[in-house]
Design a protein around this ligand. Structure first.
Ligand code: GDP
Ligand code: MG
Length: 305
């Protein structure tokens, strides 16, 4: 049989890279900074990433397709387990490289659980020790490095700061080196498999979680009603769906202060991402039971759950 992935150019490489790790270690931040684009939403709250997003980076002959994995409740080990089982059987299957992210602070039982799911993974695993900018002294890392090195035969162990973009290059070089010879699966200028509409809705959702996280994390969804170029700007209208009128009041805020701030912050991110002036309109609508409705979930792009 002919190998359809065999390139004419013998230096051409391409493959999938899974970024895994317990919630809050900085997986989405890492992906965004590798891509130099904000694709994946981040926050101090662990459950921010709800969807799986592909981040595609092509440099010269090499195309790395990164998969950021959805977070889960730290306080709910069952969900973590369920997720990791699924991740082990789907996301990790067919992956060429695994980037396992941990925090510089300490190795937790959740890290241990992620590690145990990697037991049968044959792809090379790179261990990233993130957030080293928090260290007061560099040498404080040494005992940690020694103890994690014993946990598995890691391809490489790379301390870095995703947020401050320190030491990202050694990681990217290691990833690129491990990718197989192959044709590129995506056009070289494509950065994600997600549509701009989807990214716009995720940005609005991120701003809501950032500003009101503790008050209404799960019961909010964002639907993009309009997304069109008009003149020099991009016109975007988004409906924020909530389940109760009390939640609507919270999002709107005193005299509309809150929603204005959400819209302002979202617009700034969208202008950067879409490289265009953006006119953003936000609405809040109460839609009872949207979270239970299959159709609603599908229309919001959550059918992969
Ligand atoms: P995820 O759940 O693993 O995707 O984690 P996120 O990317 O959402 O990051 C969780 C939190 O850690 C956010 O508040 C980030 O700003 C923060 N964070 C991520 N990387 C770094 C880093 O290198 N240094 C520091 N100090 N904070 C970071
Ligand atoms: Mg995330």
């Amino acid at each position: 049989m002919t190998d359809l992935t065999k390139p004419d150019n013998p230096d051409s490489r391409c493959g999938f890279v899974a970024i895994i790790g317990r919630p809050n270690v900085g997986k989405s931040t890492l992906l965004n900074h590798i891509l130099g684009q904000k694709l994946s939403i981040t926050s101090r709250k662990p459950q921010t990433t709800r969807h799986q997003v592909l981040g595609i980076k092509t440099e010269g002959d090499v195309q790395a397709i990164y998969v950021d994995t959805p977070g889960m409740h730290e306080e709910e080990p069952r969900a973590l387990n369920r997720y990791m089982n699924r991740a082990a059987s789907s996301a990790l299957k067919g992956v060429d490289v695994v980037v396992f992210v941990v925090d510089q602070g300490h190795w937790t039982t959740a890290d241990e659980m992620v590690l145990s799911k990697l037991e049968h993974v044959t792809a090379p695993v790179i261990l990233v020790i993130n957030k080293v900018d928090k260290l007061e002294r560099r040498d404080a890392l040494l005992p940690h490095l020694e103890s994690v090195a014993r946990k598995r035969n890691f391809e490489e162990i790379i301390p870095l700061s995703a947020l401050k973009e320190q030491n990202l290059e050694p990681l990217e070089n290691a990833v690129n080196r491990l990718l197989p010879v192959s044709i590129h699966f995506y056009p070289d200028d494509q950065i994600t498999d997600r549509t701009q509409r989807f990214l716009a809705s995720e940005i609005v959702r991120e701003k809501i979680t950032r500003q009101l996280g503790a008050e209404l994390p799960y019961s909010v969804a964002v639907e993009i009603e309009e997304f069109k170029h008009s003149g020099k700007s991009l016109h975007i209208s988004a409906v924020i769906l909530v389940e109760r009128s009390g939640q609507k009041k919270i999002i709107i805020g005193d005299k509309g202060d809150r929603i204005r701030q959400i819209g302002h912050d979202a617009r700034i991110d969208m202008e950067k991402l879409f490289d265009s002036k953006v006119m953003l309109r936000l609405w809040v609508k109460v839609k009872k039971g949207w979270a239970d409705s299959d159709r609603a979930l599908k229309s919001l792009g959550m059918n992969d759950f």
